[in-house]
Write a protein that binds this ligand. Structure first.
Ligand SMILES: *Cc1c(COP(=O)(O)O)cnc(C)c1O
Length: 394
């Protein structure tokens, strides 16, 4: 078995353009967004890339979700539908505003919010939903929008895995009332930390700007604080690191798509492995993660956790998938605090999310940024591990 460590590019990636931008920011002596130019330039380009009118760059993706919810007027007691299988940050900002995140089951093939289950979970208290474009596969935005229109719900697209992704030619984040992105270290664009909110609605943008700037409007010199906001501003240095990445994202997305197809073709043939499916309507799948079900029965009973370690030992950046959100200690406490007076519309019954949380492995996207041979190396490693575990059983 050959170790693949050297075959995959490292992540994040630094280049001369970023060095140049960073130095420029440093020497400009304008290090915050209010007087600098880099954040504004980044926002302009990012909005354009996503076919949206406005971008507000912020501290991180979690804050971007909170700003979107706050700006859309979410109040204590409101219900907001979220996928049961997602990173906890899709739900935490809902809780922090006193509202109730309602975990709803996802599709077993795409791992994205299941529109049928969404419809069943709508109650008179539901005000909106936060679909997550899981691992870069876009949610069924047609069906979700139809439900949103019917029940007058907002949609915040959690596009933290889907920078530059597309659904029938429309860009991730631009279809809902707002879209949110993360620039944390592992994401498809990164400044170590950072986030963005995009929207086509001027009033939502204006409101989010106020909340992110301790309630102060643009150009305020009189210490006006119009709303109860906080400080979610991003610095010029983060924008300097992000700007050159806007130019390379499309090419990297193409490469990930190509390599994911190469990997799919091989992984599908392995007993006990079932990769995430790709719907045709998802015209750009960004492949933040390469996800697949793992069946230990076909691997000599080796647990998923141990199998991930074995992949790691061969240089493959694999991890077990998220815990479903309502199985985390924080969410359990939240449910306990709600008490007997509240019942979740689906009784928190999400069998598909549970199965994914228990069976799925994912590989970080940097492993899809090498050449096709390095990707085939992943499938080869899986086959060899399978052969060796079976041999031991005999
Ligand atoms: C990373 C992530 C977030 C939160 O972004 P941060 O920048 O880490 O706060 C939210 N939702 C999903 C699905 C994510 O993967």
């Amino acid at each position: 078995m050959s170790n693949l460590t050297e075959r995959f590019p490292s992540w994040p990636m630094a280049d001369e353009n970023q060095e140049k931008e960073l130095l420029e920011a440093l020497r400009s002596n304008q290090w915050w967004r209010m007087s600098g130019t880099k954040v504004k330039e980044f926002e302009r380009v990012f909005a354009q890339m996503h076919h949206a009118k406005h971008t507000l760059a912020v501290t991180n993706g979690t804050h971007a979700i909170k700003l979107a919810l706050h700006s859309l007027g979410v109040k204590p007691g409101d219900e907001v539908i979220v996928p049961a299988f997602t990173f906890i940050s899709t739900a935490l900002p809902v809780i922090s505003l006193g509202a109730i995140p309602v975990p709803v089951d996802v599709d077993p093939g795409t791992f994205c919010l299941d529109p049928v289950k969404v419809r069943e979970a709508v109650t008179p208290r539901t005000v909106g939903m936060i679909p997550v474009h899981m691992a870069g596969h876009l949610c069924d935005m047609d069906q979700l929008q139809q439900i949103a229109d019917e029940f007058h719900l907002f949609i915040i697209e959690d596009a933290c895995h889907a920078h530059g992704g597309e659904w029938k030619g429309k860009r991730a984040g631009s279809m809902g009332d707002a879209g949110v992105f993360s620039f944390q270290q592992f994401k498809l664009m990164t400044a170590g930390e950072g986030g963005a909110l995009i929207t086509n609605a001027q009033d939502l943008y204006d409101q989010a700007f106020l909340y992110h700037n301790v309630g102060r409007p643009v150009g305020d010199k009189k210490y006006q604080h119009l709303v109860e906001g906080s400080n979610y501003r991003i610095s010029e240095f983060q924008a300097a690191v992000l700007l050159p990445q806007t130019a390379r994202l499309a090419e990297q997305n193409k490469r990930r798509e190509y390599n994911a197809q190469v990997l799919d073709a091989e992984m599908k043939e392995i007993d006990g492995i079932i990769p995430q499916i790709r719907q045709e309507e998802c015209t750009i799948h960004t492949h933040y993660m390469y996800m697949f079900y793992y069946n230990p029965v076909e691997f000599g009973g080796i647990t998923r956790e141990r199998f991930v370690e074995m992949l790691n030992e061969q240089g493959i950046p694999a991890y077990i998938a998220y815990t479903q959100i309502h199985d985390t200690p924080i969410f359990k406490q939240f449910v306990a605090d709600l008490g007997d007076n509240y019942a979740f519309p689906n009784q928190l019954h999400c069998p598909v999310s549970k199965k994914i949380a228990e069976e799925v492995i994912w590989i970080h996207h940097r492993a899809l940024l090498g050449d096709a041979e390095s990707v085939k190396g992943i499938a080869q490693t899986v086959r060899e591990l399978q052969a060796s575990t079976k041999a031991k059983l005999v």
